[in-house]
Design a protein. Structure first.
Length: 622
């Protein structure tokens, strides 16, 4: 689905059609300000631009649950959810944002249900909830059932429901359009619009907008082993860097403990919530040693590090598909779960194991290893989704630029995200960003007779100029010399191979643990080999329409741009905290690094204070 024609100017363009982007669109259109405009006969011009058909967005792969203290199970209270989020993030969480997340989580989940999400149910008809790592109901650490679920397909349910609601609202989509540029004013203080590649026609499109919201998801494809789909190439974060903006806490990348061995495919935390146990080569349930209270349901960074510690100590196992291969896995033992219960509440997990490992989880032990899963950092935003810059002392909002979801950082996840909080973050703060967008639009809607168009000319010119430059680059990619294409083919130099090479480099440098040495090695490889190769890429086919290689070239360059920022921020943080384990700095250092890193394209890193209102830092134990 593509728009029949582009408007000369949009009130808002939303980039991304996962849970965050769709929630933003609905939050915008359902806000009182927009309702008032519509009653006056003014219809806001909104466009959602999606790299994929929306129902293929990565939100659909979320399996386990969405966190909320609904109050109907075990006397849970949102204050405990608030505390657990701060503790889970190793005290790098902004507590004003985390309080909003926890307090409005029940409302968010109930609204999703009312819109059509078919949650699993308890026998008495309440929304069913299960335990998830790090969620408790007291300071002593007693686990609580807080993750509302729909079997193990909650993301699928939420994505389809939000998309259906957007269709009902008449939202216009530009599907399979790849955004190549975020355009700001010359001073970088105001959003001007975007440039996108329409993969259907092969044309570059200039899209002018008074407001832009980025909701492009994460960057799991920075790593070779990842649970993320192929499209999560960090585009929104790279667009921000290229436009001269900063990224916050981008060094924190969560590795999910249970990726199916050597595929990276996620086996949901729900498998452990239902009774799955991690075992080493000796059959020991080793998490009892690392996290005596929470065991297999400790926070994800704790479990991932524990798995790697067992492997490093020689207690790992080989993938049964490669019995003579490296012993770099441990076992997930699900045999203690009732087979009927397993099929009822973990159908996706069972199907994945059967199809991709050729094992029966009711009888067989399943090999797993940590897999890159979630990006805690991203574009710095306020609790209303406004993107801002940090100058070392103050923040300045970029007028008309918003972000939501995994590509953003309102800092509710800090150094490590709790399971169930990602869908909540996307839906809750996506909705808040949409409402803030509505307020912006209401003050100067494009179609209003009172609209002030006097400031648009320079912004329109900036977008058009960026589109012309990108068109020239597209022509160069398509019309690159036959010699260059032939040479690249002979050397097997293409975007896909280069992306795989980058993933291997980043995995050796940063996966679960890192040091100054591993970071320096990766930076050297980027500078000497990968970046020059990416700059010389050309397409092997000269047809523009449906040429996936063109998109892959831009994706690869985006990943490299982002990789440099991740390595820079990782090098600057000389401590171990949450998902970041520095072998050369093994302790958390609150004196020097209880602060958010802010990195830009020039590799300049500054630090911004953490907002602490209720819970001062203390030792983190599970």
């Amino acid at each position: 689905m593509s728009p029949k024609r582009l408007e000369d100017m949009y009130d808002a363009v939303i980039i991304g059609a996962g849970a965050a982007g769709l929630s933003a669109a609905l939050g915008l259109l359902r806000s009182p300000e927009i309702t008032d405009l519509q009653e006056q006969g003014v219809e806001p011009k909104i466009l959602v631009v999606s790299k994929l058909q929306p129902l293929r967005s990565h939100t659909g792969s979320a399996e386990g649950g969405i966190a909320a203290s609904l109050g109907n199970i075990e006397s849970d209270d949102w204050h405990w959810h608030y505390y657990d989020t701060i503790k889970g993030g190793d005290w790098l969480v902004d507590q004003d944002a985390a309080k909003l997340l926890a307090e409005y989580a029940p409302e968010t989940v109930i609204n999703l249900e009312r819109q059509g999400v078919a949650f699993s149910r308890t026998e008495d008809g309440h929304i069913a909830q299960r335990r998830f790592g790090g969620h408790t109901r007291d300071f002593g650490g007693e686990p609580v059932k807080r993750a509302a679920y729909a079997a193990d397909r909650i993301g699928h349910q939420i994505l389809h429901t939000l998309w259906q609601q957007c269709v009902a609202q008449g939202v216009e989509f530009a599907e399979e359009w790849y955004v190549t540029d975020l355009v700001l004013s010359e001073e970088g203080t105001k959003a001007a619009g975007i440039v996108a590649f329409d993969t259907h026609s092969g044309k570059i499109q200039a899209i002018h907008a008074r407001n832009v919201l980025i909701a492009t998801g994460g960057a799991g494809r920075l790593f070779h082993t990842t649970s993320n789909s192929w499209d999560l190439t960090g585009d929104g974060m790279a667009l921000a860097l290229t436009a001269g903006l900063q990224l916050e806490d981008i060094e924190f990348v969560q590795f999910h403990p249970t990726g199916l061995a050597h595929t990276g495919i996620l086996l949901s935390e729900a498998a452990r919530a239902e009774g799955g146990i991690l075992r080493n080569a000796d059959g020991e349930a080793f998490m009892e040693r690392y996290a005596p209270e929470h065991k297999d349901l400790a926070a994800r960074d704790v479990v991932s590090r524990s798995i790697m510690a067992e492997i490093d100590a020689g207690r790992g196992v080989a993938d049964p598909k490669d019995p003579n291969g490296p012993k770099d896995c441990v076992w997930l033992d699900m045999t203690g779960i009732d087979p009927e219960r397993m099929k009822q509440v973990l159908p996706q997990v069972v199907e994945t194991i059967e199809q991709y490992a050729n094992l029966d989880p009711t009888k067989d032990l399943v090999p797993i290893k940590p897999t890159a899963h979630y990006t805690m950092g991203g574009l710095p935003i306020t609790t209303d989704g406004e993107v801002y810059r940090w100058d070392g002392e103050h923040r300045s909002v970029v007028d008309g630029l918003f972000a939501a979801g995994e590509c953003s950082c309102v800092s509710v996840h800090g150094a490590n995200r709790l399971g169930g909080n990602s869908l909540l973050d996307a839906c809750l703060f996506g909705t808040r960003a949409g409402r803030a967008l509505a307020d912006h639009i209401a003050h100067n809607p494009v179609d209003s007779p009172m609209s002030d168009d006097s400031l648009d000319d320079d912004l329109i010119a900036a977008v058009d100029q960026a589109a012309h430059a990108r068109t020239d680059e597209l022509n160069t990619l398509l019309q690159g010399s036959d010699d260059a294409a032939s040479s690249a083919a002979e050397d097997d130099v293409n975007a896909y191979a280069l992306m795989s090479q980058l993933g291997s480099v980043m995995e050796r440098a940063l996966a679960v643990r890192c040091s100054a040495e591993t970071i320096a090695t990766a930076r050297e490889q980027l500078e000497e080999t990968i970046t020059p190769a990416a700059e010389s890429l050309v397409a092997h086919d000269k047809t523009a329409a449906f040429n996936q290689e063109v998109t892959a070239i831009w994706e690869t360059r985006h990943l490299i741009e982002l990789a440099e920022a991740v390595l820079t921020a990782s090098d600057a943080r000389q401590e171990s905290r949450g998902s970041m384990r520095r072998l050369d700095f093994p302790e958390r250092d609150d004196e020097h690094f209880l602060a958010h890193s802010m990195v830009d394209r020039s590799n300049a890193v500054t630090f911004k204070p953490v907002v602490i209102t209720d819970y001062p830092p203390k030792k983190r134990e599970y």
